[in-house]
Design a protein around this ligand. Structure first.
Ligand SMILES: *C/C=C(C)/C=C/C=C(C)/C=C/C1=C(C)CCCC1(C)C
Length: 238
């Protein structure tokens, strides 16, 4: 039971606790604000709350799992992502819908995000020997999402949906390009041979720890920050 006592330099546990609390607080905020939101933006703000709420529940489990075992909760992490990342894709669809976004766009984004995460899971857990191959496939799906949002359908629709939607989409596009890029960095740091056969952190326990800290910080930015951009958009449009 020694793990239940948290050392003051245990940054992994620290970020799991603070992550849980931040996700909970953000969910309460988004859920309560739904009622103060204009009708046409309510679904978007609700989805922001669902994203942080799903994360809050997973963080609660991950925090406990890490506390009791000292290990990385990779399984819970991917379950969280496979639910929340497609919901972030739904947000892009919802905010460009008034400019004519089609359901086919929604499916493209969702499908690419699922390919990205399932192949990433294989590389990180089941088939670590081929982590480079899985990482490359996952990365290709990621770049397809980036393409759709920066140059493809999403960006074109956002341009014709008015200045506020265009501006919000641009900020969200930066989240996807920079904020989401933190995860492959975690994968590279934490997986032996994660980047073209190179191992960055030799000690596996250290590698898992650095990956957890990187992922925990990225999640807070990408889920709460992302939701807040939607929230601000819902206040600026009438
Ligand atoms: C809230 C959680 C989010 C936004 C998670 C996003 C996760 C990714 C963009 C993960 C991407 C990966 C790659 C592009 C390659 C290596 C494997 C992954 C799954 C870490």
């Amino acid at each position: 039971m020694e793990h239940l006592k948290i050392a003051s330099d245990n940054y992994v546990a620290f970020t799991f606790f603070i992550g849980t609390m931040a996700m909970m607080a953000a969910s309460v905020f988004f859920f309560f604000e739904v009622n103060n939101t204009q009708e046409k933006w309510r679904t978007s703000v609700l989805v922001s709350g669902l994203i942080t709420f799903i994360a809050a529940v997973h963080y609660y489990y991950m925090r406990g799992y890490n506390l009791e075992t000292g290990d990385s909760p990779t399984f819970f992490r991917y379950v969280d992502w496979i639910l929340t990342v497609p919901l972030m894709c739904v947000e892009f669809y919802l905010i460009t819908r008034k400019a004519g976004a089609k359901v086919s766009l929604l499916w493209k984004l969702i499908f690419a995000s699922i390919v990205m995460l399932v192949t990433g899971y294989f590389g990180e857990t089941i088939d670590r020997d081929s982590s480079v191959l899985w990482g490359v496939i996952s990365g290709a799906a990621y770049f397809y999402i980036v393409y759709l949002i920066w140059f493809g359908e999403v960006s074109k629709l956002a341009q014709s949906a008015g200045p506020n939607v265009a501006k919000a989409t641009k900020i969200l596009a930066w989240f996807v390009l920079v904020g989401w890029a933190i995860y492959p960095v975690g994968y590279i740091l934490g997986t032996p041979g994660g980047l073209f056969g190179i191992t960055f952190v030799a000690d596996p326990a250290m590698a898992a720890k650095s990956m957890d800290i990187v992922y925990n910080i990225a999640d807070a930015i990408n889920k709460i920050g992302f939701g807040l951009v939607i929230y601000v958009l819902s206040r600026s449009e009438d």
